[in-house]
Design a protein around this ligand. Sequence first.
Ligand code: AMP
Length: 282
Amino acid sequence: MEIISDITAMQNRCLSARAAGQTITFVPTMGFLHEGHLSLLREGRKRGDLLVLSIFVNPTQFGQGEDLDRYPRNFERDESLARECGVDLLFYPDVEAMYPAGYATYVTVDGPLTTTLEGACRPTHFRGVTSVVTKLFNIVMPQVALFGRKDFQQLAVISRMTADLNLPIDIVGMPIIREADGLAMSSRNVYLSDSERKQALALSDTLRQAAEMAQNGESEADKILTMAQDRLHAEADLQIDYVKICNAQSLEEVDTIDHESVILLAVSIGKTRLIDNGNLIS
Ligand code: AMP
């Protein structure tokens, strides 16, 4: 595995791989790798010749007062996990290289995809995500890029951007990987105290109960949302940012459940913000 921090060196390495006819598969991350990230890497390994992982804690997708400074990092551990997954190139740029003095260009996706849900709570978040992903796509030049459905809205926004800008990249969405007890894996889970970790089970439990209601024939979104709010409110340190049932494509809220409905939620438990989502009718 090669570790490359320099942007031009990375571009040259990827250009020569493409010139040699190789398919580049790409998994962008902020590091502190867990099984969720590794599932993307393993799938990426199968889908191409050159597997590229990026680790970059992107400051432009964090809002003021968010956890940029304390975001967990462990490069040595990430490096050895990446090797185990068969990563060929690990791209590890620094902030000054990605955003040099005078940097002034951003890519934005307009409309409900970026203004609802996470976009309503974190108004500058998706602008940061779409800008950095565009930069990374231009540096790595992959034919295939893999993203987790854990960040359901992010996947929708990146798919929209890739289509709208005619980027010749196949965007692959991957299932949510969970701990044995149901908690969706996240680098941020390390922030949770023991008591908060127990309360965090309310997220997956809510999704499970919501799917159960829908599968037992409940078609009114309001009824499921009332159950969800009650279940989440049962936890003393949990505050709801949102819990909504939306169409999986448009992310617009729906009144009546169908096969395209997805329930999405974001909560804070103490100082930790967690998101999760799930289909209602499988
Ligand atoms: P992050 O490092 O949090 O920016 O995540 C990098 C990629 O890993 C994104 O595409 C995430 O959606 C994906 N990811 C994070 N957690 C999970 C998970 N539990 N299951 C599947 N994919 C995940």
